[in-house]
Design a protein. Structure first.
Length: 279
């Protein structure tokens, strides 16, 4: 299965920036790009559709034109990129979560149309980052172009989720020709060396799978891991986090640190969900 890179596009400036990031990601991976517009039922958000009563709503002409124009601009910028476009009768968040079952990567902007003023990350981005069935790239800040400089930063805490994040981080650094920075945040000075040992194990795995990759291991002493990683993201081109960390609550699909990063990081954030098994 040649899994595509999927990006949700609604015509808003953040979603168009997300489409540019998705195009670059597709080129790096030699994958097709799918532009998807999930549109809601005209009766309003959350209204159940009974096809026997009202029928499935038709795709809009405006949506079709927006998708085709976006596709044309991306192909002009990245010649050789294969782009498919389609509209799906459904809410954008649910649509992208479903698309993620068959995707290599899903890309979302950090604010789309219909966002509430109190949310730093639009509800669609929150849904997909939490519930995706493949890695999810959240574009932060929403108006930032594709970064060309800076390392790939990965948070390491010894969890299986963080181990997966290290693997994705090494692959991303290799694609970008950048360095990989592994960070462990300790509550206080790491006297017992536990953080350094975790980093050494993660660093050895990254170097073993990607010979020649420059890997830096860094222990940061700070009371709050989320704040320390947000601060560290200011110098990075990408930060990669696991979907769950140590100490997470069973009902939370995103750990607290990952949640803080998708809300406040100063660069794009990759949530390293494992891929849905191919069917």
């Amino acid at each position: 299965m040649n899994r595509p890179v999927v990006v949700g596009v609604d015509g808003s400036p953040p979603s168009l920036v997300a489409a540019e990031h998705a195009a670059q990601a597709a080129v790096w991976r030699s994958r097709p790009l799918h532009l998807v517009h999930g549109y809601l039922h005209p009766l309003g958000y959350g209204v159940p559709i009974n096809p026997y009563e009202v029928g499935v709503p038709a795709a809009s002409e405006d949506g079709r034109k927006m998708l085709e124009q976006t596709a044309t601009e991306l192909v002009d910028r990245w010649p050789g990129l294969t782009v498919e476009v389609r509209q799906v009768a459904g809410g954008p968040g649910a649509t992208l979560v479903e698309e993620s079952r068959r995707a290599e990567l899903v890309v979302v902007g950090s604010r789309g149309l219909g966002g509430f003023a109190g949310l730093l990350l639009g509800s669609v981005g929150t849904q997909v980052a939490a519930h995706g069935h493949c890695p999810v790239l959240v574009i932060r800040p929403p108006d930032r172009p594709v970064p060309t400089e800076g390392p790939v930063l990965v948070a390491v805490d010894g969890s299986e989720s963080a181990e997966l994040a290290v693997g994705h981080g090494a692959e991303e650094a290799g694609r970008r020709g950048s360095s990989l920075v592994l960070v462990h945040v300790a509550n206080e000075a790491d006297d017992d060396g536990q953080g350094a040992a975790l980093l050494a194990t993660a660093g050895a795995a990254a170097r073993g799978s990607h010979p020649g990759l420059t890997v830096e291991e860094r222990v940061i002493a700070a009371p709050k891991p989320d704040q320390a990683l947000i601060e560290a993201s200011g110098d990075a081109a990408l930060v990669v986090a696991g979907s769950r960390g140590r100490g997470g609550f069973a009902g939370l699909l995103l750990g607290s640190v990952s949640q803080a990063l998708v809300q406040h990081a100063r660069c794009p954030v990759l949530i390293a969900h494992p891929h849905q098994p191919e069917q």
